[in-house]
Write a protein that binds this ligand. Sequence first.
Ligand SMILES: [Zn+2]
Ligand SMILES: [Zn+2]
Length: 106
Amino acid sequence: MVEILVSFKDKVICDHCGELVFRRNLKVENLDKYDLTSKKSYIESIIKIDDVSYEVAENWASHGMFELCKERTRCCPDCGNQLKTWRAKLCLSCGATFAPLLSSNS
Ligand SMILES: [Zn+2]
Ligand SMILES: [Zn+2]
């Protein structure tokens, strides 16, 4: 139980895919130092600049700049129409309201 809480603390939910990703503290002064020519060079520059493991750098690259993660979708529990975002609390088609999803596990 404690382990789950600790790992959750270091991760945040990706707005795009709804998965837990490593928390990132982006420093503004480093923003133009990243190599964005390809995902591989971006990962390498993250490792060098932020001093993190390959796993973390790959995770950041996948869920940030390159948006390679799959967009999460959710359908209205009432009418079944696809919602605008997976975090929606309201269906624009039928007006139903419901609890928003919090993470990929819920
Ligand atoms: Zn993502
Ligand atoms: Zn609906």
